[in-house]
Design a protein around this ligand. Structure first.
Ligand code: DGL
Length: 277
């Protein structure tokens, strides 16, 4: 029997405001099955998109610092574009072990667009962070769209397993009314990976969707390659999920279990205190 303690297997902490980061976890876990995963989500303050940057930075720094005091973490992943934009460079200077984060893949989208019209979805913080003036001068039109409603629909879909594509289509109206319609869409928010079928169905023609899952998976594999070389191959190590607000939904608890987060704990960042729930 293999000892599964955190000192033997690499420990990967994945952070998001909600459940969107599970899409990143899913991708990475396929390539790095022999690791202990910790999923942290700030459900008390979800969604982040409309909150102030200072507020979000403070929260993320407190949560990540606290998790690092509780576990020896080999790699921290900000599986939230908004969090990465606000807190990644700050935390890189603060943590001893590597931290990486998802960032919208604007340059990848440029390689795919044929009609030179790109749609850019993300929280208002994410889409406004990038000045795309130079790209526009080079003849590429980028239509930014605040994905706030889509992010809420994504959480709803995870809980209900289904969402009408018409609801998603309504949110994409500014893309669909543009002439020409964008042929490439940047998914600048991790929640949107859960809405891929509905987004595709909303468009009259085939579109290319660009998300950051492959890039962050490649970065993770590279950063952990040394540690992983000498580890035993072991699958299905149960992970721990931390939330910041008590969860009453049995469905959500079961969803976390289906992702192999058998333990769910509440982390209280204000009072330095952890409750098992
Ligand atoms: N998943 C987050 C992101 O990638 C956004 C969700 C939120 O608004 O909190 O930006």
């Amino acid at each position: 029997m293999i000892n599964q303690t955190k000192y033997i297997l690499p420990v990967i902490a994945i952070f998001d405001s909600g459940t969107g980061g599970l899409s990143i976890y899913n991708k990475i876990k396929k390539y790095i099955p022999c690791a202990k995963y910790i999923y942290i989500f700030d459900n008390a303050e979800f969604p982040y998109g409309k909150k102030s940057k200072t507020f979000i930075l403070n929260r993320i720094v407190k949560i990540i610092t606290k998790i690092h005091k509780m576990h020896k973490i080999d790699l921290t992943i900000l599986a939230c574009n908004t969090a990465s934009i606000i807190a990644l460079s700050y935390l890189k200077n603060k943590l001893l072990n590597p931290i990486i984060g998802v960032i919208p893949e604007i340059s990848t989208a440029l390689n795919y667009t044929k009609n030179k019209v790109i749609g850019f979805l993300g929280t208002s913080i994410t889409i406004n962070h990038f000045s795309l003036f130079e790209l526009e001068l080079s003849g590429v039109k980028i239509i930014k769209l605040d994905a706030h409603k889509l992010i809420l629909l994504s959480e709803e879909k995870i809980l209900r397993n289904h969402i009408s594509y018409k609801l998603v289509q309504n949110c994409l109206i500014s893309f669909l009314q543009n002439s020409p319609i964008p042929d490439t869409i940047i998914l600048g928010c991790t929640h949107l990976s859960y809405l891929i079928p509905e987004i595709i169905k909303s468009f009259p023609e085939k579109i290319k969707l660009i998300d950051s899952r492959k890039k962050i998976k490649d970065q993770s594999c590279l950063l952990l390659s040394n540690i992983l070389k000498n580890k035993p191959v072991v699958n299905n190590i149960s992970g721990i999920a931390y939330c910041t607000k008590l969860i009453f939904s049995k469905k959500l608890r079961n969803i976390l279990k289906s992702y192999n987060f058998q333990t769910l704990k509440k982390i209280n960042i204000n009072y330095n205190h952890i409750n098992c729930i």
